[in-house]
Design a protein around this ligand. Structure first.
Ligand code: COA
Length: 352
């Protein structure tokens, strides 16, 4: 059974740079606070009403497709991971198909809603499809436009300061060499803390506020009002919410655990890792993981300083930059790991 290998990789970040000092103009925060707690210096925001997760994904995908040496018509499956989709439905997979001008309908498009670990989940799914022989050229995307959904008042500062926009893409193909490509993937979830890092609306959970009515269900327009009133206006539940300290505590445990799981499965140790590309959640989390695994500085790639946390896009963006800078080379053992909302977490080991 062939493994999936990354045949092409690309990323796109919007032009507009937003520094911590820029955020200080709209909310009570400081460059010092953001840098010290997260390592972030600046992030990118897409052009309002022009750029979307889909348009950014298309830019990243074009690069990945070209580098894979194929044409867009060769893509036989799309996997799109995002928590900030263009629409509530349909998902971004089909929108990307249209944006790229892929007119054939023999392909499938799957949307992944696993937030920060969306790319690893997508990679694992793609690897299974390739191992089974079902698909030969899978386009896997992580793309986020957080800037359209953040609370830019002081109330939202603990979350807003952390996030940025961007997209990363890979083309996955069967590896001719069974010792190359994706060697193993490990996925986990624990719904106990689902609301501790979440955006609750729009969502059907508003049903619990429905008044008692004889016919069982209120008329549609009343239902709409309830949704709008209860969830969208009063509770501001259309903004993300997070228990930062809980997320931090869980992340620093789960990252090393899931990395060790992948290493143990394949008979490697942390010393065998040539490059760890962790989900860019927070520089302090990445440093904690690095220390736990006793990895030297040149074996961990971080770029959160420039882009903030781009959720599903952070791993492919970081992996692409590491590769472009010559820090990921042919034959290297590359480890990817993520933890985030859900909670969900996962890891992948790739022989490049
Ligand atoms: N600027 C200035 N002050 C801020 C601020 C900001 N952007 N955000 C929060 N604060 C304030 C808080 O209001 C609080 O003030 P108070 O003491 O007067 O109440 C103070 O800073 C400390 O807040 P706290 O939430 O305890 O800070 P923290 O040390 O836990 O750091 C995070 C907050 C979010 C940086 C940290 O918890 C974290 O990194 N968590 C993980 C988040 C993450 O990685 N999420 C993505 C996962 S994929």
């Amino acid at each position: 059974m062939p493994n999936a290998k990354i045949a092409g990789i690309g990323f796109y970040v919007p032009e507009q740079v937003v520094t911590n000092f820029d955020l200080m103009k709209v909310m009570d925060t400081s460059d010092e606070w953001i840098r010290e707690r997260s390592g972030i210096i600046e992030r990118r925001y897409g052009k309002k009403h022009e750029e979307t997760p889909t348009t950014m994904a298309a830019e990243a995908a074009k690069v990945a497709i070209e580098r894979a040496g194929i044409s867009k018509e060769d893509i036989d499956f799309i996997i799109f991971a995002t928590l900030s989709p263009d629409y509530y439905f349909p998902g971004c997979g089909v929108l990307l198909q249209r944006e790229l001008g892929i007119t054939k309908t023999e392909i499938g498009a799957l949307d992944i809603r696993n937030q920060c670990s969306g790319f690893i989940y997508g990679l694992s799914v793609a690897d299974q499809f390739i191992k089974s022989g079902m698909y030969k050229n899978i386009l896997l995307i992580g793309s986020e436009m957080h800037s359209m959904g953040l609370d830019f008042s002081t109330r939202g500062r603990a979350i807003t300061a952390l996030f940025g926009d961007g997209a990363g893409a890979v083309v996955l193909q069967p590896s001719e060499d069974e010792n190359k490509g994706v060697l193993t993937t490990h996925l986990h979830s624990d719904g106990t803390h689902a609301e501790e890092l979440a955006m609750l609306s729009p969502g059907s959970h508003g049903g619990k506020h429905l008044p008692d009515v004889d016919f069982g269900f209120p008329p549609a327009d009343e239902l709409g009002e309830i949704f709008v009133y209860d969830n969208l206006l009063e509770n501001k539940s259309y903004y993300p919410q997070m228990d930062g300290q809980l997320v931090f505590k869980k992340a620093v445990t789960k990252f090393p655990e899931v990395i060790m799981e992948a290493l143990t499965k394949t008979g490697y140790t942390p010393a065998d890792i040539d490059m760890l590309v962790p989900h860019q959640a927070n520089l302090r989390i990445a440093q904690f993981v690095q220390k736990t695994l006793q990895l030297p500085d040149d074996k961990v790639f971080n770029n959160i300083m420039k882009y903030g946390n781009t959720t599903a896009a952070s791993i492919p963006i970081a992996l692409c930059e590491a590769w472009e800078q010559g820090k990921v080379k042919e034959g290297d053992l590359v480890c990817l790991a993520a933890f985030g909302s859900g909670f969900t977490w996962g890891s992948a080991l790739i022989r490049w």
